[in-house]
Write a protein that binds this ligand. Structure first.
Ligand SMILES: C[S@@+](CC[C@H](N)C(=O)[O-])C[C@H]1O[C@@H](n2cnc3c(N)ncnc32)[C@H](O)[C@@H]1O
Length: 254
């Protein structure tokens, strides 16, 4: 399946539980019986792929990442655009879950960095393979637990309570394009100044899948563009990107 079990060490119970439920539904006694079922019904591979998908996310996840983006990375990227007379900072959130990461970037830009670059718009392309997650991203409605890392004053300004949930307000949801895409097969068109690919390919994909994804991400970056991985992740090979001295999970395209 192109995945590596080691990547699942924190969430393997969740995946095993889903799998057990499926075996029960199908009346398969054990994994050997399930393997036979997979041979008889190739469609089942898609379901199995879905069971192996981990979708945990939250706003401002690993806040040090967003702090570095706000104080250093976004201003530098924006300065470069200004020098070239360009007015769009293009970002890609790869494996965006319910949009928490993409909208965190929009919040950061609207609340903080963007005020110094009024001529520049920060636009985010957010991709995920799971249509259910994208639907929720479209709705912009989140439980309080998704907001727990977000600065309190931003939370109060950007979200309106609706029952037990919180709805992200319109200006922060603007300039985000949601696309259903599997990163193993396709990438969004064009090149980006900033790509976030966190807690997905470089945790759950096998070596081959990681290398292919790394090449795709490198090809989707503008020269001088920045790739951000999850805080415990690293690229399997350098693929034309060099690790940045500011942080081990940061790579820059030469
Ligand atoms: C663990 S979440 C991480 C979300 C976010 N990047 C973060 O760090 O908070 C991983 C997301 O990647 C998506 N995903 C898994 N496999 C994918 C694939 N092959 N292509 C695109 N998205 C994928 C999942 O549906 C899930 O929403």
């Amino acid at each position: 399946m192109g995945l590596r079990w080691r990547g699942y060490h924190r969430v393997h119970r969740q995946v095993c539980k889903r799998l057990k439920r499926r075996l029960h539904e199908l009346g398969c006694r054990d994994l050997a019986a399930y393997r036979e079922y997979l041979q008889r019904d190739p469609e089942e591979w898609l379901r199995l792929d879905g069971f192996c998908r981990i979708t945990i996310s939250r706003f401002w996840r690993n806040h040090a990442v967003f702090e570095l983006l706000g104080t250093d990375i976004l201003p530098k990227l924006a300065e470069r655009l200004r020098q070239h007379g360009e007015n769009t900072l293009r970002c890609w959130s790869a494996g965006c879950a319910c949009g928490e990461e993409a909208y965190s970037l929009r919040l950061l830009w609207e609340m903080e960095t963007g005020q110094f670059y009024p001529e520049i718009a920060l636009k985010v392309t957010a991709t995920d393979t799971d249509p259910g997650m994208l639907q929720r991203a479209q709705e912009g409605l989140y439980p309080g637990s998704s907001l727990r890392e977000l600065p309190w004053d931003w939370r109060a300004k950007a979200f309106v309570p609706e029952g037990r949930l919180y709805r992200l307000q319109r200006p922060f949801r603007d300039n985000v394009t949601l696309l259903e895409q599997d990163i193993r097969q396709t990438v969004p068109q064009g090149r980006f100044q900033l790509i976030l690919c966190r807690n997905q390919a470089f945790t759950y994909f096998d070596q081959n899948g990681q290398t292919t994804t790394a090449c795709r991400l490198a090809a989707s970056l503008e020269p001088g563009g920045v790739l951000v991985l999850g805080s415990h992740e690293h690229l399997p090979e350098t693929v034309g990107l060099h690790q940045d001295s500011r942080s081990p999970w940061l790579y820059v395209r030469s």
